[in-house]
Write a protein that binds this ligand. Structure first.
Ligand SMILES: *Cc1c(COP(=O)(O)O)cnc(C)c1O
Length: 380
């Protein structure tokens, strides 16, 4: 019998059990290691390798690996942005063309400016409808974000990857929202699965982390070398906390996904809001593709919707009792924010990005419906 996801996550990356040793060895704090005589072994200097990273990288590699396919090599970074920058800046050269989504993570436009400053041509297209297909000609690298943050659009990763490979382009997928339990980009044909581990992967809102996973050892070596020269390395404590968090990943993402769906269903009966999105909702435009390429009914913890204006959105947020007003998503405590307050995303003033935590489902749904009533009541 095959091990299920819940079984795999509790042991992912752990060393063989050894008498009198802990299951998950503690963080190794070392700027350098004993190195007598000739340079040898994996651990020499702290910027290059660390046994705590190695264990976490093994764990993430196990989770991102295609079923029955080659194992994925993983390189961990101190944040999602460090991981994203590592791929874009180490594989693109002056004169290359990159295709990015125009509705992806809010820092992509800033990264685009950097790339253009280095002589890279950048084209963008929306995630929905596989619109990036239309701008692939001559591209060296295709960057996909599915489901996209915060709009929750989904594209057909396998189809885009095939077309991009046909044109000789590398394909990277930002897998932050889905986590490897919700989606395995390498299995869908991508060259890289890249993610922020700050969100649902570690799930406690107390660690920043990122990683790049790939089945190609040559590509992994390039990313590893980038980490060494950029010095973009995670602290051993963060890496250890992330590894410790993986044991509960399946419990957390399953609870979050089922509560997110329950919340989206409850909201779909409310006429006062518009633009309701959640890939798990059967009526959602992303649902059909999401069901095909995402795993285990895990469509993520984010539900987005639009209230009539900024004032309604602010009243809604301040009326929530169980939900923190905060950015980020994927944590154990539900959180929500008016996304337009940052100014970086093309969203309406009343756009709410809601991140479902692991509280009891009925409590979260009830808190949201009560706050919606309050937001409207106070308006009249
Ligand atoms: C948060 C996020 C990032 C950036 O990750 P950090 O860990 O904050 O650097 C990248 N992509 C997506 C989709 C994100 O949600």
């Amino acid at each position: 019998m095959k091990d299920g996801d819940g079984t795999r996550v509790v042991r992912a990356g752990l060393p063989e059990p050894r008498a009198n040793e802990p299951a998950l060895p503690g963080p190794a704090f070392a700027a350098h290691y004993h190195l007598p005589g000739e340079v040898s072994g994996p651990y020499t200097y702290g910027r290059e390798a660390n046994p705590t990273w190695t264990a976490l990288e093994r764990a993430l590699g196990e989770l991102e690996s295609p079923d029955g396919g080659p194992g994925a090599e993983t390189v961990v970074f101190p944040s999602g942005m460090a991981a994203i920058s590592a791929v874009l800046l180490s594989f693109l050269r002056p004169g290359d063309t990159a295709v990015l989504p125009d509705d992806g993570y809010q820092l992509l436009p800033t990264l685009r400016e950097r790339l253009e400053g280095f002589g890279v041509t950048v084209r963008t297209a929306p995630t929905a409808g596989d619109a990036q297909l239309a701008v692939l000609d001559g591209a060296r690298l295709l960057w996909i974000e599915s489901p996209s943050n915060p709009g929750l659009d989904v594209c057909d990763i396998r189809r885009l990857a095939e077309e991009a490979h046909h044109r000789g382009a590398l394909v990277a997928v930002d897998n932050t929202l889905a986590t490897p339990l919700g989606q395995r980009p390498l299995e869908l044909g991508a060259d890289f699965s890249v993610a922020s581990g700050t969100k649902a992967l570690t799930g406690h809102g107390d660690v920043l982390l990122g990683y790049v996973a790939t089945s190609d050892p040559g590509l992994a070596a390039v990313v590893r070398s980038w980490r060494k020269v950029a010095g973009a390395i995670p602290g051993p404590m963060e890496a250890w906390l992330a590894h410790r968090s993986l044991a509960t990943l399946q419990l957390r993402v399953d609870r979050q996904a089922s509560t997110a769906l329950a919340l989206a269903e409850a909201l779909s009966t409310r006429p006062e809001l518009t633009g309701l999105r959640h890939p798990g909702l059967p009526a959602d435009p992303a649902h059909e593709v999401a069901v095909r390429q995402m795993r285990g009914g895990r469509f993520g913890c984010v539900v987005s919707f639009v209230l009539p204006d900024r004032a309604h959105a602010e009243r809604f947020l301040s009326s929530l009792r169980l939900v923190d007003e905060a950015t980020s998503f994927g944590g154990v405590r539900s959180a929500a924010e008016r996304r337009g307050r940052w100014g970086g995303d093309a969203v309406p003033e009343g756009f709410i990005r809601f991140s479902v935590g692991v509280e009891d489902t009925e409590n979260v749904v009830n808190d949201v419906l009560t706050a919606l009533n309050a937001a409207y009541h106070k308006a009249s």
